[in-house]
Every structure is written in C-alpha cells, then in structure tokens.
Design a protein around this ligand. Structure first.
Ligand SMILES: [Zn+2]
Length: 292
C-alpha cells in the first residue's frame, strides 16, 4: 500500500514571519497548482495536512485542495510542536485547529499529523487528545531517530492500532529502511531530495507499505535562511549555538534540486491512496496493537 501526504503551512509562516511577500505567496500558489495538476493527471487523491490558521487566513488555499477531491487533515493550529506543549495547551491547540478546518471545509476532519512528527515517548497523552477532538487516524509516527520529534521505540513501521487509557486510534507511521544499520526515511524530507529516482523506485517496489510525505517548501525548492540565535531559539526552544544553527542550515538546504520534477515522477511508481481510502482497505483485525 502506497500512501501520499502533504503538509500545508507555508503561507501562514510567510504572513507571520516575513510580512507576507507577494512573490512568495505566488511561488507557493504556483507550486501547489503544479502539484494538484500532477496528482490529477494520474488520478491520485492525497491527504493534505493543513494547519488550522491556514483555514483562518488562507481559506481559498484549503478550499482549492478540497475541490480537487483530496482529503483535508489537521496539522495542529500554528505548527507548534506537541512535545513543547502541556496537555492543556495541546488540547486547546487541537480544538481550535480542528474547528477552524471543519468550518472551512464544511465536513469532519478525521486525520492528523503532528508538526515535526512531535508525538514521542514523552507525550503519548497526545493520542488521547486527538481522539477527544474526533480524530480517528494519525500519521505522526516516526519510528526512527531524528533531530526533533521521532519515536524510535514505537514498535512498528506498519499501520497499527494505538491504545492508551481506554482510547484507540489508527496509526499510519512513516516507513524507514535500514542503511548500514541506521534507520533512514527516504519517502520525504532531506533523504527524498538526496536519493536518485531509480533508488526511490527500487525501494518502493520492495516495501509493501510506503508513506510518502512532502511540503510545499520542498517542492518549491525554497532555500531556508541562516537563522539568528534569537530566531533559532524562538522556533526550536533550545540554545541557538553556532554549531546547531550551521547544522540546521545544512539539513534544511541539503540536496535541493528539482524536487517537484522528482515528485511528478514518483507518483507514477505506485498506486497511491490517501489516509481515508487506506483506512478502508486495511484489515485492521490483523494489524498490530501498540499499547502506550
Ligand atoms: Zn509541518
């Protein structure tokens, strides 16, 4: 099973952190249009995880995605990481985000992905909050190490049922591969940009479950700037040493090329579903149960 997802947040970041430059909005709009056209050409509907504030400030973007037949999921309200929030803050953030998105699209939102895969072994209570807010399936599981977020001890890299304190939720984690004993996720982010197409195709054909994830900033080949200490600390909530800022700059800008072209090729490599369709075709009785 191949699943395709995109996270939608860039317009809001532009408005909040860069004063809303018209040329950047135009770049995001253009990139989204190309992406929607490419998906339509191969008759794929994806899940687009959108932040709640996109629905408030850029409802036309969300509506355009919905009108193309894609599933709208929730990606938090302002992209604040769940592992940096208290349970009460997370509850409020999720409630506002889901409400805003549902008002915008006029239907229930049932799928969720945490910003930066920030449901970890430190905040499994987040699953309870998702269920309280009507979320039935989650795609925040990242069963490998990463700089921020990630859940290496999650226990499976296949769709699973997470249970905790009497609630249950269907989980669609990302799907790492092993390279020299290290778990690497090639189906999105920096490694997707780095690996050549033939390698991605080869890996996809050898995995029976693949979760692809993209950002508009990746597809637009948007260069990230070198952060000041203050900017780094305000976003990452840790000391912004020079070494950390250099590392972040390198990772954010690593292997940028024509990712949109690669995206347009890769969507021909499998039979992709969105989360809502995948949810129906999985025999959940046979899937693993992860107790947290
Ligand atoms: Zn995001």
């Amino acid at each position: 099973m191949h699943i395709i997802t995109l996270d939608i947040e860039e317009w809001y970041f532009e408005k909040t952190f860069h004063n809303g430059r018209a040329e950047q909005y135009a770049l995001f709009d253009r990139t989204l249009d190309k992406c929607l056209q490419a998906l339509s050409d191969v008759k794929i509907t994806a899940t687009f995880f959108c932040i709640g504030q996109m629905a408030v400030h850029f409802p036309e973007v969300i509506k355009k995605i919905q009108e193309c037949g894609h599933e709208i999921g929730c990606h938090s309200n302002v992209h604040k990481w769940l592992d940096k929030m208290t349970p009460d803050e997370c509850r409020e953030d999720t409630r506002i985000a889901v409400d805003s998105l549902e008002q915008c699209i006029g239907k229930k939102v049932k799928s969720y992905r945490a910003p930066a895969f920030s449901i970890t072994d430190k905040n499994p209570w987040a699953f309870e909050i998702l269920v309280e807010n009507g979320i039935e399936r989650d795609a925040s599981g990242f069963p490998a190490s990463r700089d921020f977020g990630g859940f290496p001890e999650f226990g499976t890299d296949k769709p699973a049922i997470v249970t905790r304190n009497g609630i249950s939720i269907r989980e669609f984690p990302v799907c790492p591969i092993n390279i020299l004993g290290r778990k690497v996720v090639y189906s999105g982010g920096g490694y997707f940009r780095f690996f050549p197409k033939f390698y991605i195709r080869h890996k996809m054909h050898h995995q029976d479950y693949v979760m692809m994830y993209f950002h508009i900033s990746d597809l637009a080949a948007l260069k990230e700037k070198f952060l000041t200490c203050k900017e780094y600390e305000s976003y990452y909530k840790e000391p912004g040493t020079l070494l950390r800022r250099c590392k972040r700059y390198f990772k954010d800008n690593f292997a940028f090329g024509n990712t949109l072209d690669k995206f347009c090729s890769v969507i021909h490599y499998g039979r992709f579903h969105n989360l809502s369709m995948a949810n129906i075709s999985i025999d959940w009785k046979k899937s693993q149960c992860v107790r947290l």
